[in-house]
Design a protein around this ligand. Structure first.
Ligand code: IP8
Length: 246
């Protein structure tokens, strides 16, 4: 089973509010359709927000820890993510991928310690029935805080653990994790070895940049890869492009 994250910055124009990168989304969905056509089974897709969701969340002061009790803010942020999800689903459906939505706001929550609780029965049943579940970064109800952001990366980690994924892929705007000379680091097996070269994301991103991703992926049982869009097809075919995190 593969859990694949399509970075929000890959499929949207991250610096222009609610703008899709149509070409990138077509390339990504072409690669997914080709891999399924070639026999790949059991794929779960998660996408980030990019210019859908992050701007709205920061306008309302909402992050993974700072919540809101304002229902119209919740609708606005969740609505933006559902709009992007709809674009992703329709591009997949156009390519005969049996893609179906899973909206985390209606499926998950955080407990009072901030821990994500995401039941997986619906995703497992969708997979068994031949669907490709497509989740997205979202807001979720958070005990004691109203509603907070859940990032696509958190969803990936939770799903990969609970569904015992074999592989995790993060399709990013960079070809992998880069070292001080902008060369792709092939393999990372401990955070301290790369901590210095990992900077923060430069555009508005309420859920953090590469350092957070690497840390999260190191905690996973499954082997994870971070790679660029050009390598998505080869990742889905079983290769290890970009940076492998183990
Ligand atoms: O782009 C964030 O998802 P991410 C979703 O995966 C919202 O961090 C609502 C900002």
């Amino acid at each position: 089973m593969i859990v694949l994250k399509l970075g929000g910055s890959v499929i949207t124009e991250k610096d222009r509010a609610e703008t899709l990168d149509g070409d990138a989304l077509e390339r990504a969905t072409d690669a997914i359709a080709a891999a399924l056509e070639a026999g790949l089974e059991d794929l779960v897709v998660v996408h980030g927000g990019g210019s859908f969701g992050h701007h709205n969340a920061s306008e309302h002061g909402v992050s993974t820890t700072a919540g809101t009790h304002d229902a119209s803010a919740v609708l606005e942020i969740h609505g933006a993510m559902k709009t992007l999800n709809r674009f992703v689903l329709s591009r997949l459906l156009e390519r005969d991928v049996a893609a179906v939505p899973v909206h985390p706001f209606s499926a998950a929550h955080r407990d009072s310690e901030g821990r994500l609780e995401l039941p997986t029965g619906q995703v497992e049943t969708m997979l068994a029935e031949g669907f490709v579940p497509v989740l997205h970064g979202d807001l979720i109800a958070h005990a004691g805080a109203g509603a907070t952001v859940v990032s696509g990366d958190e969803l990936v980690t939770s799903l990969a653990g609970d569904l015992e994924a074999d592989r995790v892929g993060l399709c990013s705007t960079v070809p992998g994790v880069l070292d001080g000379e902008d060369a792709v680091i092939d393999r990372i097996d401990e955070f301290d070895a790369v901590a210095d070269v990992l900077g923060a994301s430069d555009a508005t991103d309420v859920t953090g940049g590469m350092a957070g991703k690497v840390q999260t992926l190191l905690d996973l049982e499954a082997e994870a890869s971070i790679f660029g869009l050009e390598a998505l097809e080869s990742f889905l075919e079983g290769a290890e492009p970009g940076t492998t995190i183990d």
